[in-house]
Design a protein around this ligand. Structure first.
Ligand SMILES: Cc1cc2nc3c(=O)[nH]c(=O)nc-3n(C[C@H](O)[C@H](O)[C@H](O)COP(=O)(O)OP(=O)(O)OC[C@H]3O[C@@H](n4cnc5c(N)ncnc54)[C@H](O)[C@@H]3O)c2cc1C
Length: 397
């Protein structure tokens, strides 16, 4: 078995697969190791995303279940927005991740499912390769840590520790024929759980992902029991009768600002492993694809320059920070604030939200706070919305 490559990647989620694709497309010898036996399964995400942004990344429409209506439900307030052209979607997660794997394999990357990375191999503290359980040692001058929240290489090399703040989620993929298949709902305050939120995400053929996420350590509630509670009451409260559970999902997501530096000598850290996500509502998939591809491009540049030192690889950090750095850090600040909201505050905020026009909502949730439609909408409603929101939006942009 071949043991020497140009790049070794730990983790076959969207970040790792996307890095493998661009690095292999540039002619590099790439090996990717995924601990699960199947790419895209088990599912650890609810797969909400944005159609326009995914199309821009080349994601085919067949993996997107379109959403026309969004409901935001607090204990005593609700905002609902509908769109002729669906702006958002719920992904066929397994289908999309396997599609990303096909792209990477077609570009020439070797993908090894069922292979857990145990450790980075280092000489004089410098990474040289990976030790893979039951497969042995593999070598390359550049490693990419795409192992999600585990951050198996980044932690071993001391680039980060355990994330001090993170979200834990529990989700049931249920059959719910009464729930409209083009409508998502976000649930806040005691409708869901303190220091967290709930969601109802349909994804086709009467199937709906119902979930609860809790931020730790802000909230101590057990998401699985809150989920079971939500499922038993969802029929009466939202006309979302769960007639059968098809799958149970669980997962964790970083809820901190991105790593100050996600590169080091011979290493790039991508996706959740580096907290390169919008923590506003815990959205990471499109960033993992975009920045995974960027990591693969930087790997190719490093290979062609013959430079794997930290000074060269810092261009990776500059790239993600220029595009998303501000958004990630503001999303994190807002997430910290909303995690403390009680029912009264949620009612107030959702009422405020209901005063905005539908076109302002996608940029608001996407973290595109400098968006003209959003700023105009807020400015026009400055009297009803009050100065607090206006001041916040102005300072975020
Ligand atoms: C409950 C929940 C709901 C979410 N909902 C959404 C949503 O609606 N929309 C959205 O955009 N984002 C959502 N996210 C976030 C999104 O799932 C992540 O941001 C995204 O998956 C990050 O991609 P990644 O490739 O960095 O990491 P991951 O998708 O976590 O992939 C990491 C991969 O590495 C593998 N791995 C780990 N350790 C090792 C090892 N030692 N050796 C080999 N392989 C290893 C894992 O098995 C996994 O396949 C959600 C997350 C959670 C937990």
């Amino acid at each position: 078995m071949k043991t020497h490559y140009d790049v070794l990647i730990a983790g076959g989620g969207p970040a790792g697969l996307s890095a493998a694709y661009t690095a292999a497309s540039a002619g590099l010898q790439v090996a990717l190791f995924e601990r699960s036996k199947e790419i895209g399964y088990p599912i650890h995400t609810s797969g909400g995303s944005w159609i326009h942004e995914l199309r821009a990344l080349g994601v085919p429409d067949r993996y997107m279940h379109p959403i026309r209506t969004g409901r935001f439900i607090a204990p005593a307030a609700e905002a609902e927005f509908s769109y002729e052209e669906p702006p958002s979607c719920i992904l066929d997660v397994r289908g999309l991740y396997q599609y990303l794997a096909v792209l990477a394999a077609q570009a020439g990357a070797a993908i090894f499912p069922g292979c857990q990375v145990e450790a980075a191999l280092c000489t004089n503290g410098r990474p040289q390769g990976l030790r893979v359980r039951a497969r042995g040692d593999f070598f390359a001058p550049l490693l990419i840590d795409a192992s999600g929240i585990a951050g198996v290489i980044a932690k071993q090399l001391g680039l980060r520790g355990e994330f001090a703040r993170y979200g834990v989620g529990a989700e049931a993929d249920v059959v719910a024929p009464q729930w409209p298949q083009d409508t998502i709902a976000f649930l806040f305050g005691s409708v869901a759980v303190p220091a967290g939120y709930g969601w109802i995400f349909p994804h086709g053929e009467n199937r709906v992902r119902v979930g609860i996420g809790v931020i730790r350590p802000d909230g101590s509630c057990e998401p699985r029991s809150a989920l079971m509670n939500l499922l038993t009451t969802a029929h009466a409260r939202f006309n979302c009768e769960a007639r059968g559970i098809i799958e149970l999902h669980s997962g964790s997501i970083p809820s901190v600002a991105p790593m100050a530096r996600a590169s080091s000598h011979g290493v790039l850290v991508v996706g959740d492993a580096a907290a390169l996500i919008s923590t506003l509502l815990g959205e990471g998939i499109r960033f993992a694809i975009a920045l995974g591809r960027w990591a693969g491009e930087v790997a190719a540049q490093a290979h062609h320059a013959g430079r794997f030192d930290a000074d060269f690889l810092v261009r990776y950090d500059k790239g993600w920070r220029t595009r998303y750095g501000r958004m990630f850090s503001w999303a994190q600040k807002i997430n910290r604030r909303i995690a403390t909201y009680d029912d009264r505050q949620w009612n107030e905020k959702i009422k405020m939200l209901s005063e905005l026009p539908a076109r302002a909502i996608p940029p608001l949730l996407q973290g595109e706070w400098a968006n003209r439609a959003l700023l105009n909408a807020v400015w026009r409603r400055r009297k009803t919305l009050g100065h607090t929101l206006l001041k916040s939006v102005a300072s975020w942009s």
